[in-house]
Design a protein around this ligand. Structure first.
Ligand code: AMP
Length: 371
């Protein structure tokens, strides 16, 4: 059985690594051959919209999936019934458009931020009047890791942001002074079996995920987040792994966005859960029984951004698992991650803080990234 994956980033690479023991083969499609996935599986090189390449992927694979959502729904739709695609294009189309995403949250009764579509100075002024300041202006599509968005505190800043962002449809949302952020990840297969992971506590810096801790013992927050996730899985008759990110203010959860794919905040599941999100994604799209999502202890996942810290000394930490994505270092780029596993939340947090301090020291010594 061969799985075609559109996008060959680190998520695709980890998917392939999880799929090999299941006896699966992979064929990736990405714009370059210098991708994390191409180092572990064959890869076609070209545009995500290239009909020739997509048709070849469809012909040579039993099933298509994707490792990020900034791909063309229309180009995939053109494949018609020649190949099965999971998760569905309906879920992909929703996740690609922040307005559609929020409309769906509203429809399913999942609390979210107040928002308005913005296309020009007039609609921006209307949004500012209705929603107020401060706020966040974001591109409706193609944003990731905080790219394509600006926090604005005054009307002047809002209009300046409108001019500085690309001339594409935008969304204006209220700024949420949240206490912290969480995400919920779950899988569903075609038979309707679902498997939900424990809640993730996420810390971002400059829009990029820095640290995820799970399980995050939060009492009622987890059950609320999981009930929202279940609604979405059912609504789409979903096949695969789905992630939803929330802002938390007091005991309130506000949905920020969803990702119809494996997610960075679920990397800890490779070592920290009985079955990883990558394996469960593959099981789900193949309609196989899902594996247990039970945590094996207390995990902290730290993204390695820009450059890798000294590997050999970090490997001396017995609870640490090292993941190098094989990427060329570049500021702001996710080049790897580590997961530490501990017996309780206190030990885990202590270890994670020590590693974050080590990273800060390393960054201070070597401002220019090196491998
Ligand atoms: P996003 O691309 O929507 O996931 O945004 C990236 C990060 O920016 C989020 O994880 C938050 O830390 C922050 N952010 C986005 N939208 C808002 C908002 N409406 N209020 C406050 N912070 C936000």
């Amino acid at each position: 059985m061969r799985i075609g994956v559109i996008g060959g980033g680190q998520l695709g690479r980890m998917m392939a690594l999880a799929g090999h023991p299941l006896g699966l083969e992979f064929l990736f499609l990405d714009r370059s051959n210098d991708t994390p996935a191409a180092q572990v599986a064959p890869s076609l090189v070209g545009e995500f919209t290239d009909p020739k390449l997509l048709n070849r992927l469809a012909r040579e694979c039993d099933l298509l999936t994707f490792d990020w959502e900034n791909i063309s729904v229309e180009s995939l739709r053109a494949l018609g019934s020649s190949v099965r695609i999971a998760p569905s294009l309906r879920a992909l189309a929703t996740a690609r458009d922040r307005i559609k995403e929020k409309q769906l949250f509203d429809k399913l009764g999942i609390p979210t931020t107040r928002y308005a579509a913005v296309n020009n100075p007039r609609s921006l002024d209307k949004a500012l009047r209705e929603i107020g300041l401060p706020g966040v202006i974001k591109t409706r599509s193609l944003g990731y890791d905080g790219k394509g968005q600006a926090v604005v505190r005054t009307r002047d800043e809002a209009h300046a942001a409108l001019l500085s962002l690309p001339p594409v449809p935008l969304i204006y949302e209220e700024f949420i002074p949240f206490d912290f952020e969480v995400s919920a990840i779950g899988a569903r297969n075609a038979q309707g079996q679902t498997a939900l992971y424990p809640l993730n506590h996420n810390l971002h810096r400059e829009g990029i995920l820095r640290l995820t801790r799970a399980p995050f013992d939060s009492g009622r927050l987890q059950s609320k987040a999981q009930s929202h996730l279940r609604k979405l899985l059912q609504y789409f008759a979903y096949q695969g792994v789905l992630n939803i990110e929330f802002f938390v203010k007091g005991q309130r959860l506000l949905a920020n966005e969803l990702a119809p794919r494996v997610h960075n905040s679920g990397h800890w599941t490779i070592e920290g859960a009985a079955t990883s999100q990558f394996e469960n994604h593959l099981r789900a799209i193949l309609n196989l029984p899902l594996g247990s999502t039970a945590a094996r202890g207390y995990s902290a996942m730290i993204n390695l951004i820009g450059s890798l810290p000294p590997r050999d000394s970090w490997l001396a930490i017995p609870e640490l698992h090292w993941h190098d994505y094989g990427k060329t270092p570049r500021p702001g780029r996710k080049v790897g991650h580590v997961t530490v596993l501990a017996q309780n939340a206190m030990l885990r947090d202590r270890l994670a803080n020590k590693l974050l301090k080590d990273i800060a020291k390393h960054e201070a010594i070597s401002p220019s990234p090196r491998r």
